[in-house]
Design a binder for this molecule. Structure first.
Ligand SMILES: Cc1cc2nc3c(=O)[nH]c(=O)nc-3n(C[C@H](O)[C@H](O)[C@H](O)COP(=O)(O)OP(=O)(O)OC[C@H]3O[C@@H](n4cnc5c(N)ncnc54)[C@H](O)[C@@H]3O)c2cc1C
Ligand code: SF4
Length: 548
């Protein structure tokens, strides 16, 4: 096997999978290095106990908070990355999300690109990721978006009732856009069966639109694409000038391997990509690769999240609750009194008793919450998520300890709009539920609150911008200081906005992919790979082959 490729991509999640998919038709030789393995298809995929209580698929890795306390991040190292576990809510950023916007807690800075730059890629991403939605319902839409490629997922009776309850208060709830392979007209043959084990679980039927099924698996037979699993990239090495990445160094169970590419694309997720750059410090980049601005690892964001868990007197007729959302308060309170952004509300997925148990088990001793109680609660439960923008703060950052462990320094910010929205939501449920309890992320430690979402929406640690003094990447997501290093995971985000990030990661990776096609001269014949030394040839395997 060759050790040199036209393009080396690190990570196979939303950003890595999409850039691979975009570049594959060029015929250029592409190597994807993924630290995880292929996710097994097994009964445990849909077993709440295995997924949420035993954490079968979550990394065992320990990260550290700013006080040095270890926690297990809710992150998943498998082919397809975190998208195999995500809730498939695929939202666009709004026009104003790209512009400088005052918030109660400070300024949300402008992006170096505008919605118009991403709009055609959002259209394409929605088609490719089979998004079901209803255009024209969300009051914050731009107004010029094309119809969704698939009709909105029907609401279960209990959710339709909640929609009516909100509309009676003057709210304009809309159908949450979802990327699932659902054929509502033909439920018997539909790939998606609208099961109760979606968000947080891998889909046993591969009916979830995720990087695994949409981007990576269609490439497994492509002659010019090689996927190597079990490869944890630990550092990037450069030439003496520091301008070119010359080698990608990874750890495998058999020791170190080195690979090289004309272009290297980092897509290991916002935290891990920053960690790789920091670990790659050398004489030309003493503070970490591409870190002349000092911004690598900084501006870590992961949304301010509160789950509002409500209990009804009667059992609900709800199997698939995650179909409704509300953006009426996105830019402020339309009733007056608060003219700063508050955030977004969406229904959460169905929570079984064991999902609930997994959510609280880290901080509530089992004796206080016996299993039967969780099951009884689950049958009467409606869970909603409030997502608000956390602002990029230089001191909220990824650092490495001297022995290379990941530390996340994070202090919550910009809470006023969020807290107002949580209060508004709880009040709005009066008359619909018996009790509603907010479980606020910022009242707990990172590992104990909403482990389901914990570090799920990580972003911003390698931000892009026009100014090399204040950003790491240029507007094409190329490192300002290097000629051949790009990044397409959520690290490039300038702000977190208040909606789920994946559609933006995918659309941006398509945009960067088109830029790279031009740079690589897409019509040029593919480069013939150079021969690899025997040691690496033995470890190499073609896409789809098992390492076992
Ligand atoms: C439970 C859950 C629910 C979610 N729900 C939603 C939702 O409904 N909607 C939404 O938009 N988003 C959702 N998200 C967030 C979404 O999954 C992420 O935003 C998205 O996957 C990020 O894409 P990425 O490419 O930046 O990183 P990832 O998808 O995390 O991909 C990174 C990849 O890099 C690999 N990797 C990491 N380090 C290395 C290394 N050193 N060397 C080699 N490979 C490496 C990882 O194994 C992984 O495959 C959810 C996330 C979770 C966990
Ligand atoms: S079958 Fe549908 S609802 Fe169930 S996990 Fe798969 S995509 Fe989600």
């Amino acid at each position: 096997m060759a050790t040199h490729f036209d393009v080396v991509i690190i990570g196979s999640g939303a950003g890595g999978g999409t850039i691979a998919q975009r570049l594959a038709p060029t015929g250029k030789s592409i190597l994807i290095l993924e630290r995880g393995e292929h996710l097994p298809r097994e009964a445990e995929n849909w077993d709440a106990k295995a997924v949420f209580v035993q954490h079968r698929y979550r990394t065992q890795e320990r990260w550290y908070d700013k006080a040095g306390k270890p926690f297990t991040p809710n992150t998943h190292y498998w082919v397809g990355g975190n998208t195999s576990f995500y809730g498939a809510a695929l939202m666009r950023l709004r026009n104003r999300d790209f512009q400088e916007t005052p918030h109660a807690g400070g300024i949300s800075p402008a992006w170096p690109i505008q919605l118009a730059d991403l709009a055609p890629y959002y259209d394409e991403a929605e088609a490719l990721w089979q998004v079901h939605g209803a255009r024209g319902e969300d009051p914050t839409e731009n107004g010029d978006e094309p119809p969704y490629p698939y009709a909105a997922v029907h609401h279960d009776p209990g959710i339709a009732a909640l929609k009516g309850h909100w509309e009676a208060q003057g709210w304009r709830p809309f159908s949450l856009p979802l990327g699932i392979k659902l054929d509502q007209a033909h439920p018997v043959t539909s790939t998606c069966i609208k099961c109760k084990t979606c968000g947080g679980y891998p889909c046993l039927l591969k009916a979830k639109s995720d990087a695994r099924s949409i981007a990576i698996e269609p490439l497994l037979d492509a002659p010019n694409v090689t996927l190597l699993t079990g490869r944890k990239v630990v550092r990037l090495e450069t030439d003496p000038s520091g301008k070119t990445v010359t080698e990608v160094v990874c750890q495998t169970e058999n020791g170190e391997e080195r690979w090289s590419g004309d272009i290297v694309v980092l897509a290991a997720g916002a935290v891990n990509s920053a960690a790789v750059l920091l670990a790659s410090a050398n004489a030309a980049h003493p503070d970490g690769l591409a870190n002349g601005s000092g911004q690598v690892g900084r501006n870590y964001m992961f949304h301010t999240l509160t789950a509002v868990v409500s209990l009804t007197a009667e059992r609900q007729q709800i199997n698939f609750p995650k179909t409704l959302a509300c953006n009426d308060f996105y830019w402020g309170d339309p009733r007056g009194g608060f003219d700063k952004p508050m955030g977004h509300i969406q229904l959460l997925e169905y929570m079984s008793g064991q999902t609930l148990e997994g959510q609280v088990s880290d901080w509530l001793p089992p004796a206080f919450a016996p299993g039967g109680l969780f099951e009884a609660a689950a049958e009467r439960m409606l869970s909603l998520l409030v997502i608000s923008e956390d602002l990029p703060m230089a001191d909220n950052r990824v650092r490495l300890t001297p022995d290379g462990r990941i530390t996340l320094d994070y202090t919550h910010n910009n809470l006023e709009g969020h807290e107002r929205l949580v209060k508004t939501l709880v009040q709005s449920l009066d008359g619909f539920v018996d009790q509603a309890h907010p479980i606020c992320q910022h009242h707990f430690q990172m590992d104990s609150l909403l482990p389901l979402y914990g570090t799920a929406h990580q972003a911003g640690t390698v931000r892009f911008g026009a100014d090399p003094q204040s950003s790491v990447l240029d507007p094409w997501c190329k490192a300002h200081e290097l000629d051949n290093l790009y990044l397409t995971d959520s690290g490039f985000f300038v702000t977190s906005a208040a909606v789920n990030p994946t559609l933006t990661i995918v659309a941006n990776a398509m945009r960067v992919g088109d830029h790279l096609k031009q740079r690589l001269g897409a019509s040029a014949p593919a480069q013939t790979p150079r021969a690899a030394p025997a040691a690496t040839r033995r470890r190499g395997h073609k896409a789809g082959e098992s390492l076992a």
